[in-house]
Ligand binder design. Structure first.
Ligand code: ZN
Length: 198
């Protein structure tokens, strides 16, 4: 039964397809949009179309950007001797927010997953290999600590370990966390990644 009429139902349906938006939220957002000024609705749709039409992969690090090379790759203050390999542009943004990392990135745009039919050829691994030159001292593998992320890290390590220093990020116990509730894989990783107290 179509309670709201075709156009609103269609909007709700489209919103409901977005990640993390359930049926109830989709209806709430749809009704909120209906109450917005025409100008704001236009600004929202324009922003979506503009982002979608201008977006590309950075020719160097493969991150999603609207200028290529991206701001990080073209920043002469970054340390070009270190490349951190991440699965997704959002992971790169997360590391950037820490303001701790000054090197460059390489975005694989996914992780190896036989279940989802994603093999190494589907990832930007070839592009990573092309970046390894005499100036690169370290590759930091910062793929996710799950089965796919670990498989991807192992695969890349095998390819690169004889050419360049390859490291894997250590996984810690969450700050404010209680050791009792941390799963054993995380605890084992935290122990592996231990270092001297400076
Ligand atoms: Zn880049």
């Amino acid at each position: 039964m179509n309670i709201y009429g075709n156009s609103i139902s269609r909007l709700i349906e489209e919103l409901n397809r977005l990640p993390g938006v359930g049926a109830k939220s989709a209806a709430r957002i749809a009704f909120y949009i209906m109450q917005m000024d025409d100008e704001r609705v236009k600004s929202l749709t324009d922003a979506i179309i503009l982002a979608k039409t201008t977006i590309k992969h950075c020719e160097i690090c493969q991150a999603i950007t609207d200028i290529s090379p991206c701001n990080i790759c073209s920043n002469s203050k970054r340390d070009i001797s270190t490349i951190m390999v991440v699965e997704d542009s959002r992971d790169m943004a997360a590391y950037e927010k820490t303001k701790e990392y000054k090197g460059l990135y390489h975005v694989l745009n996914g992780a190896i997953s036989p279940m989802a039919g994603i093999s190494p050829e589907n990832l930007k691994i070839k592009e990573l290999l092309a970046r390894i030159n005499g100036e690169v001292n370290e590759i930091i593998l910062a793929t996710n600590p799950n089965v796919e992320g670990e498989a991807t890290a192992m695969y890349i390590n095998k390819l690169l370990k004889d050419i360049v220093n390859v490291t894997r990020i250590a996984y810690g116990v969450p700050i404010g966390g209680d050791l009792e509730y941390v799963d054993h894989v995380t605890l084992a990783r935290a122990l592996e990644g231990r270092r001297e107290i400076l």
